[in-house]
Write a protein that binds this ligand. Structure first.
Ligand SMILES: Nc1ncnc2c1ncn2[C@@H]1O[C@H](COP(=O)(O)OP(=O)(O)O)[C@@H](O)[C@H]1O
Ligand SMILES: N[C@@H](CCC(=O)OP(=O)(O)O)C(=O)O
Length: 359
């Protein structure tokens, strides 16, 4: 079998591998592992981002309702992750495939060095034909240190590895024009540009064990597609989902891609938490930076330097209402930027190659 991609990241949502009663769905996990083995045999590199630790933990231990939510999640995830990875390892072993557990936190992507360490780790696994199975390290990731959900983590990993596609397996066939259960709703097969147009369709409803919901999934997908990586959202409970999807035989939602971004730009796109300074720009500069043309941020469009930064830092660019316009690497520090506010014929503060415009 020949597929259109060489390297894909597949995100498996908790619901896909959990039964309605909350117990892990062993036969579904086996099916997915069997499918990954088929893809690998055809020469495809596959990286899994699998949720399910908390759900697996629930099958082993019951936590009292009054227990603090963060502590309960730590308890369930720490027990459940062992069960989850052991299940994967045994199933992959039956195909003669090694898999690896990679548990990460947002901090592991904090600066470029951490980011490259993470990338090197995944690359060495792939070079040795190992299937990395990534999950958030829920035991130490608490509250503000957490990813929004594993969709965000999967988008980050796909961008970091320069994957040819990101496949999100959820419990619905894709994004619908309304409640997926309603017969009046239609499946959106192709989405391009920002998610503003679909925000009205998506309700806040989450799947039974899901964390982020469809809206965060859609905005992550749009961001990943804007970096040049197509995203496919489909139902992980469909039999033979991965080969069917990759053979173009499955109705689902696809986020169309724009021009492929450089590796540095992909890193900047996911560096919101690493931003150390903020500059404010006027409407003209905002338009130039977001219209899709290759424009750098010039001091003439800067109206204020809101917080300090050094040359080489990631900075946040905001508009006059404080909305984020994008992220970029500063070519010089805040002191020089302040001196040059509003001045013409000055060097760009952020070069186009190092600017990522938010949607
Ligand atoms: N317009 C929509 N189209 C598809 N799903 C939607 C829509 N609006 C809300 N949803 C809900 O989003 C859920 C999937 O998101 P989420 O709970 O984050 O899944 P996962 O556990 O796979 O990450 C679906 O179960 C569905 O109920
Ligand atoms: N890290 C958590 C999963 C969090 C999460 O994002 O879940 P989901 O929305 O089902 O992908 C776990 O393994 O239980």
């Amino acid at each position: 079998m020949k597929f259109p991609y060489r390297k894909i990241v597949v995100k498996i949502g908790s619901n896909v591998i959990t039964q309605d009663d909350g117990l892990p769905d062993h036969s579904r996990i086996k099916d997915l592992v069997d499918q990954v083995a088929v893809l690998r045999a055809s020469g495809l590199e596959v990286v899994l981002v699998s949720s399910g630790a908390v759900a697996s933990g629930r099958s082993i231990i019951t936590v009292a309702e009054k227990q603090n939510a963060v502590a309960a999640r730590q308890l369930l995830a720490s027990i459940g992750q062992v069960k989850l990875i052991n299940t994967y390892a045994a199933l992959f072993e039956a195909h003669g495939i090694n898999c690896a557990q990679v548990l990460v936190t947002k901090e592991d992507f904090r600066d470029r060095l951490h980011y490259l360490n993470m990338k090197n780790c995944l690359q060495i696994l792939l070079q040795h034909q190992v299937v990395p199975i990534i999950n958030e390290n829920d035991v130490v990731s608490v509250t503000e240190l957490m990813f929004t959900d594993n969709d965000e983590l999967a988008g980050l990993v796909a961008a970091m590895l320069g994957a040819d596609a990101l496949v999100i397996l959820s419990n619905v066939n894709g994004i619908y024009t309304g409640d997926p259960k309603s017969p009046d709703s239609r499946l959106l097969e192709e989405i391009s540009g920002s998610t503003a147009a679909i925000a009205g369709y998506v309700t806040t409803g989450k799947s039974q064990f899901g964390r982020g919901g469809m809206l965060t999934k859609a905005s992550m997908a749009a961001k990943t597609a804007s970096l040049g990586i197509p995203v496919h959202i489909t139902n992980g409970k469909t039999d033979n989902v991965l080969p069917l999807l990759l053979a173009g035989k499955l109705a689902h939602t696809r986020f169309a891609t724009e021009k492929r971004a450089s590796n540095k730009k992909k890193w900047i796109a996911h560096s919101e938490n690493a931003a150390s300074g903020t500059v404010q720009v006027n409407e003209g500069a905002k338009l130039a930076l977001t219209c899709g043309r290759a424009s750098s941020l010039l001091p003439v469009g800067i109206t204020a330097v809101l917080s300090g930064f050094q040359k080489g830092d990631i900075i946040r660019v905001v508009d006059e209402r404080g909305q984020t316009v994008g992220l970029g690497i500063a070519e010089y520090g805040a002191d020089k930027a302040k001196e040059r506010i509003g001045q013409k014929n000055q060097r760009p503060l952020v070069h186009y190659d190092y600017f990522y415009a938010s949607n």
